[in-house]
Design a binder for this molecule. Structure first.
Ligand code: 5GP
Ligand code: MN
Length: 345
């Protein structure tokens, strides 16, 4: 039923590492999203089931709508617990790097990640992984790292050992990275995997509600403000641009994760092929991009904002003022206008 896409030799090597490991660490990217936390917790539950001493470390905190996940309370946040995290990293025999493709994606943890002696395995679905791990299991054709984790567990012959808790976390990663199975989800096998996860007793409807329907009033009002006053439509470029400054955010009792998903909204306007969201952070402007069909927004993110990502979901960073970021974007749109307008949806 399941096509074999994971290299069995890599899986067998990983199994040996697991057998011999005393202490393991799982690391995921900065500003962890549903797939980062879901894939990490999925693997964490699996390894704990094998009796392993394993800890997840994330560079910084993650949004409340992911905190219900079983095991989330045990995650160590590097920014808050640096000493504990450094010790765990230094003592680990194996470090599993999930849902990112280069050390810079773990921000303040990059230095320790690169320098520790532990054997490292990359489990990911972003293009062009850089060379910092001994085993690389990278599948950009799969929609979520959580699915890569699930397939690895299956390739180990351990489907039967997968707990309901692990299944819930893996399902959450697959659901969030496909926008509730509305994009990157045409491979029939994804539905086979979902049907198998359901046999573990997960409640997918409840998971959906916990992730998508637990918004704060502040977020809802911020969304209204953004759509009404901060979204600009540029018909000549089939593009929507949203900007948000820290000052504007502060008016809405903003909490981490409150702007998650905003960048997707303009894509529901007919004719929009590219949506860009510029959000002022402490020391930079965070750039988020989404595109429709064949338009590779990761190329635009890479060329103009030093970032990258997937074809239809990418991001980058801009160091400067919001006005300068908007100018850079406008120049980029002018240069890429033909590609955007002529791309197939
Ligand atoms: P989001 O817009 O949800 O923050 O990010 C969407 C995707 O874009 C992420 O899954 C990641 O692949 C990519 N991405 C976001 N920000 C960056 C960045 O600063 N650098 C790179 N290389 N990729 C990013
Ligand atoms: Mn992902």
């Amino acid at each position: 039923m399941l096509t074999k896409v994971i290299n069995q030799n890599s899986v067998d090597r990983f199994v040996k590492w697991i057998e011999n490991a005393e202490k393991m660490v799982i690391v995921t990217h900065v500003s962890p999203d549903g797939d980062a936390i879901g894939s990490s917790l999925g693997l964490w539950h699996f390894l704990r089931g094998k009796g392993k001493d394993v800890t997840i470390i994330v560079p910084n905190s993650f949004p409340d709508f992911l905190k219900w996940m079983p095991g989330a309370a045990d995650i160590v946040v590097y920014d808050k617990d640096k000493e504990v995290a450094d010790k765990l990293m230094t003592e680990a025999d194996v470090v599993c790097c999930l849902d990112f493709n280069q050390p810079s994606r773990v921000a303040s943890m990059a230095e320790i990640l690169v320098s520790v002696q532990a054997r490292k395995i990359l489990i990911d679905h972003h293009l062009d992984p850089s060379d910092f791990c001994n085993i690389v299991i990278s599948h950009p054709e799969l929609p979520a790292t959580a699915e890569v984790v699930l397939r690895i567990i299956c390739a180990m012959g351990c489907w039967g050992d997968l707990s309901k808790e692990a299944a819930e976390c893996i399902y959450t990663g697959m659901m969030t990275d496909t926008g509730g199975f509305t994009y990157n989800s045409n491979n029939p096998e994804i539905y086979f995997l979902i049907s198998q996860l359901l046999t573990k007793g997960i409640d997918k409807d409840k998971i959906y509600r916990r992730v998508f329907n637990t918004q704060s009033e502040g977020r809802m009002r911020l969304m209204g403000f953004v759509l009404n006053e901060k979204m600009t439509i540029l018909p000549d470029f089939a593009t929507s641009v949203i900007t948000l400054t820290k000052k504007e955010l502060s008016k809405f009792a903003h909490r981490k994760g409150d702007t998650e998903g905003f960048v997707n909204m303009p894509l529901s306007i007919q004719g929009i092929k590219l949506s860009v969201f510029l959000r002022e952070d402490d020391d930079m402007i965070k750039v988020s991009m989404r595109s429709v069909g064949e338009l590779p927004c990761n190329e635009i993110a890479r060329k103009y904002f030093g970032g990258g990502g997937h074809k239809n979901a990418a991001g980058g960073e801009f160091y400067g003022t919001m006005e300068e970021a908007e100018k850079t974007l406008k120049d980029a749109l002018i240069k890429e206008q033909d590609m955007i307008i002529n791309s197939r949806d």
